[in-house]
Design a protein around this ligand. Structure first.
Ligand code: AMP
Length: 193
């Protein structure tokens, strides 16, 4: 099953993706995680992406489309995957459609987690507190200033992706303000339909 998880930073995409991989047995493909790994490995893509990510801006469409094109060819993606954080622009959504058509594949659904913007900054702060509490490394872009830029990028570049999938009939909008379990249940229901 091939799914897209759509929603602003802090909407709960990562949390829900973790639950979906356990149930569906397909990998989560997070372009953010892959880019952070590239930054940590100091690969050419990582070196190019680091500054852009630290500023809260979007990495070029060509780079992330290339990453997804390669990654989805891996054997663990044969039964499907959950895209988390991709596509983030209409151009990426179009490239994904073209890639799927080329590979003779289809998306099952695009799940959008719809969340009040006023709640997002607070969720990001809680994520930072939790990361510190558990001894993890706080993301360089998880600070209030950069988070605002990431939200601006979402509004300008990613919100139109929702309209793109609405037009194609693939979009399933879920109230992301519900409890984590309620959101999971709503996603399950949407996938049954
Ligand atoms: P995320 O972990 O999804 O919040 O992504 C962290 C950062 O990685 C974003 O703020 C962007 O700089 C970059 N990024 C992740 N996915 C994409 C994408 N699909 N297109 C462009 N930039 C991306």
């Amino acid at each position: 099953m091939r799914l897209v998880l759509l929603g602003p930073p802090g909407a709960g995409k990562g949390t829900q993706a973790a639950r979906l991989i356990a149930r569906l047995g397909v990998p989560q493909l997070s372009t953010g995680d892959m880019l952070r790994a590239a930054v940590a490995a100091r690969s050419p893509i990582g070196l190019e992406a680091k500054e852009i990510m630290d500023k809260g801006q979007l990495v070029s469409d060509a780079v992330v489309v290339g990453i997804i094109d390669d990654r989805t060819d891996a054997p663990d993606c044969a039964e499907g995957y959950i895209l988390d954080g991709f596509p983030r622009t209409v151009a990426q959504a179009e490239a994904l459609d073209a890639m799927l058509a080329r590979k003779g594949q289809k998306l099952k659904a695009v799940i959008e987690l719809v969340v009040d913007e006023s709640a997002l900054l607070d969720r990001m702060r809680k994520r930072v507190e939790e990361t510190i509490r558990t001894g993890g490394t706080v993301r360089a872009d998880d600070n209030p200033e950069t988070f605002k830029i990431r939200l601006d990028a979402y509004r300008a570049m990613t919100a139109p992706v929702s309209a793109y999938y609405k037009a194609s009939g693939a979009l399933r909008q879920i109230d992301g303000m519900m409890s984590i379990d309620e959101v999971t249940a709503a996603i399950d229901k949407a996938l049954e339909a």
